[in-house]
Each structure stands twice: as structure tokens, then as C-alpha cells.
Design a protein around this ligand. Structure first.
Ligand code: FES
Length: 263
């Protein structure tokens, strides 16, 4: 049994993150200035900003969880970074929620504990926001950076074959210099069509775990999107670093509109 699965490149999370960042850091600044200059209107605004900021943070977290589970490749530097990013953002939401609970009514002047919690929360948001920026720019999460001729993103789940039997992947519609990501019982595999035939290899760059299916492939060479390592898709050998270790390549034979891959 096979099924298509494609949550990759979900664009909503980075697009939604500016809202909690702006509202919650704004809440802290309004509260601080309101207390320093004794302006109730400012700290009341801060209280409302806290409520809106926490709600927008929860909304932004939903596509964030989807990105974490389905877009960021497993066992990679990006996954570790995404975990730190999520921890920082969730901590900030908890801190601002507790701060709001402590202050009670929106018109109540925030005391020192509230301001301290909000200050730590704003710091946490800053660190989490910076990590999120690195995830977008370096790990290219949620950026559609497909190369010319790559075709639409292709992804498929296939069942694990019986012992000794090949994995069977549909390859209809896959043209020369195009790749497809395949999930086989938790393993990520790339099947690729080159000018000279077919190839199959692990979707895991040996440098820091970038997804090769998300990279660029041309003339039998695949380039990792994160730091540019290049590998021969048939032998798995390194053509250019920073990676030093080969990727694992597999025997792949076409059969009609299917590709048989021996893992
Ligand atoms: S993860 Fe660094 S080159 Fe692939």
C-alpha cells in the first residue's frame, strides 16, 4: 500500500511568528514604560498585547509542530536547532501566561514579578526568534528553493517489503534530473532519474543531516541544500565537501512505471 505525504515547505509558520514576537515584546515594553512613567493606559495596553500575543503564539505553534515533524529532516543539526527554537518559544508563552495570571485585571499595575517574568520571556523570544531565523535561512525550512526543472515536490510512503524483496516505488512522471522522497518504514530514501538511468540513495547528508531530496540534482550529482556537499548518486561517493563520508546508495532497477530498490 502506498500513500502520498507532503507537508514539506509549509509556509505558514515563519509567516506567523512575527505576530507573537511583536505583541509580546511590545507588551513588556508598554508595561515597563507604563510603570516607569506611571501611565495606566500604557500598562493596560500591555495587558491586552499579552493576551493577543499568547493567542497568536499558540496559533503559530500549530504549523510549527507540522514543520518540526514533517519538514525538518530527522537526525540533523536542523532538528536539534528546531527543538531549541520550540523550547525557547514555548517557555516564553508560559512566562507571559503566568505574568498575565499574576497581574489579574488588565487595568492592574504590573508589579516587579510580572515585569521580571516578561523580561525573561522577551529574552527567550529573542533567542527563539534568532534560532527560527537560522532555520529559515540556513536550513531553508519553509523556503521554496526548488531548482529549475526540479518539477513539483514528490513524496510517497511505501510499505516495507518482505525480507530479500525490493522496495517498489512509483516513478511515473519523474523526469531526468528529478528526485522523489520515499518513506519506507521510518527510513527516508531518495529515488532519482539521471540522464543515464535511475538511482536510489539515503535522504541524509553525512555532513549535518540535510535532506538531499530537498537539494539539487544534475548530471548524476546531488548537492545538499544546507552547506553544498556533493555526492555521486550512483556510487554515493563524495564529490565535494564539507561532507567526508559517502552516502549510502542502493541498487535500483526500473520495471514499467515502477522502480525496484534493494535496501
Ligand atoms: S548538511 Fe552540511 S552539506 Fe549537507
Amino acid at each position: 500500500m502506498r500513500s502520498k505525504a507532503s507537508f514539506r515547505g509549509h509556509p505558514n509558520h515563519p509567516a506567523l511568528i512575527p505576530f507573537p514576537l511583536a505583541f509580546l515584546i511590545g507588551a513588556f515594553l508598554f508595561d515597563l514604560v507604563g510603570v516607569v512613567f506611571n501611565r495606566p493606559a500604557l500598562w493596560t495596553t500591555g495587558a491586552y498585547l499579552t493576551v493577543v500575543g499568547v493567542i497568536s503564539g499558540v496559533v503559530a505553534a500549530i504549523p510549527g509542530i507540522i514543520d518540526f515533524l514533517y519538514t525538518v529532516p530527522p537526525n540533523s543539526s536542523g532538528k536539534a536547532r528546531a527543538l531549541k527554537h520550540a523550547s525557547a518559544m514555548v517557555s516564553a508563552l508560559i512566562l507571559f501566561t503566568v505574568a498575565k495570571w499574576l497581574r489579574g485585571d488588565v487595568t492592574t499595575e504590573p508589579g516587579l514579578p510580572v515585569l521580571v517574568l516578561e523580561a525573561i520571556g522577551a529574552g527567550s523570544l529573542t533567542v527563539g526568534g534568532w534560532l527560527g531565523g537560522v532555520l529559515v535561512s540556513r536550513n531553508q525550512v519553509s523556503i521554496d528553493h526548488r531548482y529549475a526543472g526540479a518539477g513539483k515536490w514528490k513524496e510517497e510512503n511505501v510499505d516495507k517489503p518482505a525480507s530479500g524483496q525490493p522496495v517498489v516505488v512509483a516513478i511515473d512522471g519523474l523526469e531526468a534530473n528529478q528526485m522523489k522522497l520515499v518513506h519506507v518504514a521510518g527510513k527516508r530514501l531518495v529515488v532519482a532519474r539521471t540522464d543515464k538511468g535511475w538511482a536510489a540513495f539515503d535522504d541524509h547528508c553525512t555532513h549535518k543531516g540535510g535532506s538531499l531530496a530537498d537539494g539539487v540534482m544534475i548530471c548524476g550529482t546531488v548537492q545538499c541544500p544546507w552547506h553544498g556537499s556533493q555526492f555521486d548518486v550512483v556510487t554515493g561517493g563524495v564529490k565535494s565537501g564539507p561532507a567526508r563520508e559517502s552516502i549510502k546508495a542502493y541498487r535500483a532497477e526500473p520495471s514499467g512505471d515502477q522502480l525496484k530498490v534493494w535496501l
